[in-house]
Design a protein around this ligand. Structure first.
Ligand SMILES: Nc1ncnc2c1ncn2[C@@H]1O[C@H](COP(=O)(O)OP(=O)(O)OP(=O)(O)O)[C@@H](O)[C@H]1O
Ligand SMILES: [Mg+2]
Length: 182
């Protein structure tokens, strides 16, 4: 995939499909790695299913035989000297962690996380989505429940609201990065 933000979108969509009530997306940049951690309290997967979930022919979709979200992020991480871990428990939830070698020439850029979050928000329903970005000693956190409270009844999926949130996320990330592309 051209941008890590698209992998984030794909994996977070899995969490929403799994009926999670809380989904957390964390992106942490350190000296050597860009690490994406996505955690949910959704339906989870059995040990047997989890063992084969990184195989592209594993899916519960009925519209298409091939599920690609998990295999793609795993492959992308491994191709740039990073690592991939997924843990899951039925009725408890799932945690996926993928780290990418920050300075590897094979690492896709982070891309617009704001756009990915903007794409997810109309589908969250009552789910609480918490996004955090940690880099260069600074942290930015966005919590959908807090935003809903501030909006005081205005729907989160109004186009102007979504665009505002997208810009807020991307601006905060750019500021933390000191204007550099990660
Ligand atoms: N967070 C999760 N909680 C519960 N089940 C999950 C979770 N993530 C993935 N799965 C299960 O693993 C399968 C494979 O996921 P993957 O993202 O690789 O492909 P997909 O979602 O089926 O298709 P695609 O992502 O290509 O649209 C899913 O169909 C789903 O059954
Ligand atoms: Mg998927």
């Amino acid at each position: 995939m051209r941008e890590l933000s698209l992998n984030i979108l794909d994996i977070a969509e899995n969490s929403l499909k799994a009926k999670a009530t809380v989904v957390t997306i964390d992106v942490t940049v350190d000296e050597d790695f860009v690490t994406i951690t996505i955690d949910d309290n959704g339906c989870g997967m059995s040990a047997e299913f989890l063992a084969k979930v990184t195989d592209p022919f594993t899916t519960t979709r009925t519209t298409r035989k091939v599920g690609m979200g998990i295999p793609l992020i795993k492959m992308a991480a491994e191709q740039c000297g990073g690592s991939f871990e997924i843990t899951s428990q039925v009725d408890v939830g799932t945690t996926l962690k993928a780290s990418f070698g920050r300075h590897s020439i094979d690492r896709p850029p982070l891309g617009s996380v704001g756009e990915s979050i903007m794409t997810l928000l109309p589908d969250i329903g009552e789910t609480r989505l918490i996004f955090s970005y940690q880099a260069f000693g600074q942290t930015f956190v966005l919590d959908s429940d807090e935003i809903k409270q501030q909006l005081d009844g205005i729907p989160l999926d109004e186009p102007e609201i979504l665009l505002f949130i997208k810009q807020m996320i991307d601006e905060n990330i750019t500021t933390i990065n000191g204007g550099n592309v990660i």
